[in-house]
Design a protein around this ligand. Structure first.
Ligand code: IMP
Ligand code: MG
Length: 180
C-alpha cells in the first residue's frame, strides 16, 4: 500500500475503550505485584504511548527502561531475524520485569526479546501487550496482560505505525485505500 493521501483510516478501537482497558490492565498489575516494585520495559517505538499511559495508572513503585529492535524483511511482515538496535540502560537482575509491547503478531519479536531478557535473570518476567492478532502466531508466546484481541488487519495509531506514520492517532485504526 503506498503511503499517499488516498489512504483512509477507519477506527477499530476508540480512545475511550483504550483508556478503559489500560486502566483495567494497570489495576491487574497493581494487584498482582502488591507491595513490590515493577520495572516496565517498553519496546520502541510502538509501545511508547501504551507504556506512558499504563505506567501512570500503576499504583506501585515503578521504574521504566526501553529497548529497540528491528526485524529484517518486508515492512509489514516480521522475518524472525531480529536485531537489537538499542539495549536497556540498566540491569534487570532480580527485578519484576514487565515487557510492554504494542502488538503481538507472529510472536517472533517477542520470543527473541523474552530469550535475551531471561538470560539476564529478572526475578519475574511478564508481558503486557496492547493488541494481539492470535491468528498470525508462529511462535507459542502469549501476553500475560492484554488490551484487545483483534482480527488479522494492519492497524495504526496509539503508537503503531505504517512506514513511521500515524503513530500519533488517538484511536487504533485500520488503514484502507479509498477508491477516489
Ligand atoms: P511479530 O514479531 O510478528 O509479533 O511483530 C511484532 C511487531 O510487528 C510489532 O511490535 C509491530 O512493530 C509490528 N506489527 C505487527 N502487526 C502490526 C500492525 O498491524 N500494525 C503496525 N505494526 C505491526
Ligand atoms: Mg513494535
Amino acid at each position: 500500500m503506498p503511503v499517499s493521501q488516498r489512504v483512509k483510516q477507519k477506527v477499530l478501537i476508540r480512545r475511550s475503550a483504550i483508556r478503559r482497558r489500560v486502566l483495567a490492565v494497570a489495576r491487574q498489575i497493581t494487584r498482582d505485584f502488591r507491595g513490590q516494585r515493577v520495572h516496565l520495559i517498553g519496546v520502541l517505538k510502538g509501545a511508547c504511548f501504551f507504556l506512558s499511559d499504563l505506567a501512570r495508572e500503576i499504583d506501585l513503585e515503578t521504574s521504566i527502561d526501553f529497548i529497540s529492535v528491528a526485524s529484517y524483511g518486508k515492512s509489514r511482515e516480521s522475518s524472525g531475524q531480529v536485531r537489537l538496535l538499542k539495549d536497556l540502560d540498566n540491569s534487570i537482575a532480580g527485578l519484576n520485569v514487565i515487557l510492554v509491547e504494542d502488538i503481538l503478531d507472529t510472536g517472533l519479536t517477542l520470543s527473541y526479546l523474552l530469550r535475551i531478557l531471561r538470560q539476564r535473570k529478572p526475578r519475574t518476567l511478564r508481558v503486557a501487550a496492547l493488541l494481539d492478532k492470535p491468528t498470525r502466531r508462529l511462535k507459542p508466546v502469549e501476553a500475560d496482560y492484554l488490551g484487545f484481541k483483534i482480527p488479522n488487519e494492519f492497524v495504526v495509531g496509539y503508537g503503531l505505525d505504517y512506514a513511521e506514520r500515524y503513530r500519533n492517532l488517538k484511536d487504533v485504526c485500520v488503514l484502507q485505500q479509498s477508491s477516489g
